[in-house]
Design a protein around this ligand. Structure first.
Ligand code: ADP
Length: 193
């Protein structure tokens, strides 16, 4: 099973991706996580992307497509994967289609988590305070100012992917404002697995 998860920041993609991968025993490919790992390890790419991410802007397609294409060579993606946070632009989606076509593969579904933008800020702030309460660090980009910019980037650059995947007949839209378990059940239903 090869899936793309689409949704605004704070829409619950990470939570749902975690559930799907543990149930279907497939890989979770989160570009946000990959990029945060690059920043934490102080790799050359990490240095380039750190300030971009802190500002809530998108990292260049070249860097992100490169990271994902490399990751798709891994052994653990053979049984399938959920792409979480990628593609985020139409040009990334076109690049992904090319990588898949070269491998003779296709996407089973692009699952869109539909949410109400005004309610997302509360979710993001809850995530930041939960991370703090657990003794962890909140993400550098989980603050109201950066969040507004991430939401703008989503609306401008990622929302057009909904039409892109609809035109390829793989789009499955889910109401992401339901409780997490209800969202998970709706996804199971929509992907038939
Ligand atoms: P969220 O979905 O909550 O916005 P992510 O963890 O998916 O957060 O991504 C965090 C940040 O990492 C983004 O705001 C962006 O700067 C960068 N990023 C992640 N994935 C991509 C991508 N596919 N293209 C460009 N930038 C990305």
């Amino acid at each position: 099973m090869r899936l793309v998860l689409l949704g605004a920041p704070g829409s619950g993609k990470g939570t749902q991706a975690a559930q799907i991968v543990s149930r279907l025993k497939i890989a979770h490919l989160s570009t946000g996580e990959m990029l945060r790992a690059a920043v934490a390890s102080k790799s050359p790419i990490g240095h380039v992307v750190e300030s971009i991410m802190e500002r809530g802007e998108l990292v260049s397609d070249e860097i992100v497509v490169g990271i994902v294409a490399e990751r798709l060579h891994g052994e653990d993606v053979k049984t399938g994967y959920v792409l979480d946070g990628f593609p985020r632009t139409v040009s990334q989606a076109v690049a992904l289609d090319k990588v898949l076509a070269d491998r003779g593969e296709n996407l089973d579904a692009a699952v869109e988590l539909k949410v109400v933008a005004n309610d997302l800020i509360d979710r993001i702030m809850a995530r930041a305070s939960q991370a703090k309460a657990k003794g962890g660090k909140e993400r550098a980009d989980d603050n109201p100012e950066t969040f507004a910019l991430r939401l703008q980037a989503y609306e401008a650059q990622t929302a057009p992917l909904v039409d892109y995947y609809r035109s390829k007949s793989v789009l499955r839209s889910i109401d992401g404002m339901q409780a997490a378990d209800a969202v998970a059940a709706a996804i199971r239903n929509a992907i038939g697995a």
